[in-house]
Design a protein around this ligand. Structure first.
Ligand SMILES: Cc1cc2nc3c(=O)[nH]c(=O)nc-3n(C[C@H](O)[C@H](O)[C@H](O)COP(=O)(O)O)c2cc1C
Length: 241
């Protein structure tokens, strides 16, 4: 059923203390959460409001499963039990997370991001055991009390994948407004079959990724790490100003 558009009224979010810039600047990929529960009403509000994200043709192609408590534990357990039994993934991913022949500058950026993250954890490059442990942490959702699974109709095109990304970013910014942090996790695409079975996701939908949501563990070393960004000149072209 269609939801009637709502105009921004004076009372709407008038109490908020965070503006968009602050939400953007304080958003980060949180990789250690407190287990403090997040009320269902908060998650509903965030997912609803994020639905104001734009989409080409107003297709609103996003699909999301919101899980907490026993439902989330069961989903995480389905993956971690397989890892404990020696399985590393469900095999071939349903979409290319990265292009198989990815070159520069992307390869270098990805490498440096990984190095910086492990440095923050004090994990050496050759310490494969600790790296494996951090891989598993993805599927424990870093202890977050809320897990979101995003899917998209596999018949849709690249444009709609961009729309889904905008929906996800809207969630991440709104989460900040509620004092929450997030982590988008495409590593979950490695377990698409397990996720599909656990949540009974219909075959016409493709599992894109997961997102952890909750309160940040302020004391954990991994959360002290901040990723860098290229300067504007590296990606923007201006003319005619
Ligand atoms: C769609 C998407 C999927 C991601 N998947 C993972 C993941 O599986 N595991 C992980 O540790 N980080 C993941 N990240 C986090 C990125 O590594 C991170 O956004 C990037 O390094 C920039 O850091 P920041 O988010 O802290 O600003 C993902 C980010 C996005 C947007």
């Amino acid at each position: 059923m269609a939801v009637t558009p709502r105009l921004a009224t004076a009372d709407h979010k008038a109490e908020t203390a965070m503006n968009v810039t602050e939400a953007l600047e304080t958003r980060m990929t949180c990789r250690a959460f407190l287990t403090t529960p997040v009320p269902e009403a908060t998650v509903r509000a965030i997912l609803t409001e994020a639905g104001r994200a734009p989409s080409g043709g107003n297709l609103q192609p996003w699909r999301v499963w919101a899980l907490s408590g026993e439902a989330l534990a069961a989903l995480k357990g389905a993956i971690t039990a397989k890892i404990a039994a020696g399985q590393i993934s469900d095999g071939q991913t349903e979409y290319n997370i990265y292009p198989p022949d990815m070159g520069e500058p992307y390869l270098g950026r990805k490498f440096r991001a990984g190095e910086a993250m492990y440095a923050a954890l004090g994990v050496a490059r050759e310490d494969l055991g600790s790296r494996m442990r951090e891989y598993v942490r993805n599927f424990e959702l870093f202890d977050a009390p809320v897990g979101l699974i995003f899917a998209i109709d596999r018949g849709l095109a690249q444009g709609q994948w961009a729309d889904l990304g905008m929906y996800m970013q809207s969630i991440m910014l709104l989460a900040r407004e509620h004092g929450l942090h997030t982590a988008a996790l495409e590593s979950w695409a490695l377990w698409h079959a397990t996720v599909r079975e656990a949540l009974d996701i219909p075959p016409e939908l493709m599992v894109f990724c997961a997102m952890a949501m909750g309160r940040r563990d302020e004391t954990h070393p991994i959360n002290q790490y901040r990723s860098d960004r290229e300067p504007l000149e590296a990606f923007a072209t201006f003319a005619g100003f």
